[in-house]
Write a protein that binds this ligand. Structure first.
Ligand code: ADP
Ligand code: MG
Length: 203
C-alpha cells in the first residue's frame, strides 16, 4: 500500500502555507489579530530548513514539531506543533495508511487535549476531526491510499467551510462572541491545507 512521505508532507505544507499566507492572515484579521499567515509561514519555513531526509518518519515529525513550537508565537502554531509531536509519537514505519491514519488520529487527540476545543467551536479541530474520521473509515474499508486521502481532503475542506457561520468558542476569535459568525476560521483553513499536502505527498 502507498504511504505518505512525511518529508514531502512538511515541504508541501510549507509551500501551500506560503502560497496562502496572505489569505490566512486576512482571515485572522477579521476575527483574530492578523498574524496566522505570517506565524505559519515563519514556522514552516524554519521546519523545512531543519529537515533531514535521512531521518525516520518519527524523527522528522518530532523535529518539525519542536521547530514549530519554538518558532511560532501564537496559539495556532503551538497547536500545530502538538499535532506533529503526537503524530511523531504514534507513527511507526510510516509504510502504510493504517499507520498514517492512527498517527493522524493521535495528533488530533493531542490538539484536543491541549486546546480543549470541541467540534463546532470554530477552530482547526473542525477540519482535522472530519479528516481523521474519513481516514479511519476509508482505511477500515480497505480503500487505497489515494481514495482515503481524497476523502480526508474533502472532509477537511467541508469542515473548514462549515466554520463560517459558527460562533467561536475557543481562541482569540471567541472574544468577539456573535461577531465571529460569518467568517471562515483561519486555523481550520490551514488545517485543510495540511491534509491537502498529505494527499500530494503520497509516494
Ligand atoms: P493566535 O490566536 O495566538 O494569534 P494564530 O492566529 O496563529 O494564533 O492561530 C489562530 C487559530 O488557532 C484559530 O483560527 C483556531 O483555528 C486555532 N485555535 C485557537 N485556539 C484553539 C484551541 N483552543 N483549540 C484548537 N484550535 C485553536
Ligand atoms: Mg492570530
Amino acid at each position: 500500500m502507498a504511504a505518505v512521505d512525511v518529508s514531502a508532507w512538511v515541504r508541501g505544507f510549507a509551500a501551500l502555507v506560503d502560497e496562502h499566507a496572505t489569505e490566512l492572515t486576512a482571515l485572522d484579521a477579521a476575527i483574530g489579530d492578523a498574524d496566522h499567515g505570517t506565524n505559519m509561514r515563519r514556522g514552516m519555513t524554519a521546519a523545512v530548513a531543519a529537515l533531514d531526509d535521512s531521518s525516520s518518519p518519527a524523527d522528522t515529525m518530532k523535529q518539525t514539531a519542536l521547530v514549530l513550537i519554538r518558532t511560532i508565537g501564537g496559539a495556532g502554531g503551538a497547536l500545530f506543533g502538538t499535532f506533529f509531536l503526537r503524530f511523531a509519537g504514534s507513527i511507526d514505519s510510516g509504510s502504510d495508511m493504517v499507520d498514517f491514519a492512527r498517527a493522524f488520529r493521535t495528533g488530533l487527540d493531542g490538539v484536543i487535549a491541549r486546546g480543549k476545543a470541541e467540534l463546532g467551536d470554530k477552530t482547526m479541530v473542525d477540519a482535522l476531526a472530519p479528516a481523521a474520521d474519513a481516514l479511519d473509515r476509508e482505511v477500515a474499508g480497505g480503500a487505497s491510499a489515494e481514495v482515503a486521502l481524497d476523502a480526508a481532503v474533502a472532509a477537511a475542506q467541508g469542515g473548514r467551510d462549515a466554520t463560517t457561520p459558527l460562533v467561536a468558542r475557543k481562541g482569540r476569535a471567541s472574544y468577539l462572541g456573535e461577531r465571529s459568525a460569518g467568517h471562515q476560521d483561519p486555523g481550520a483553513t490551514s488545517a485543510a491545507l495540511l491534509v491537502r499536502a498529505a494527499r500530494r505527498a503520497l509516494r
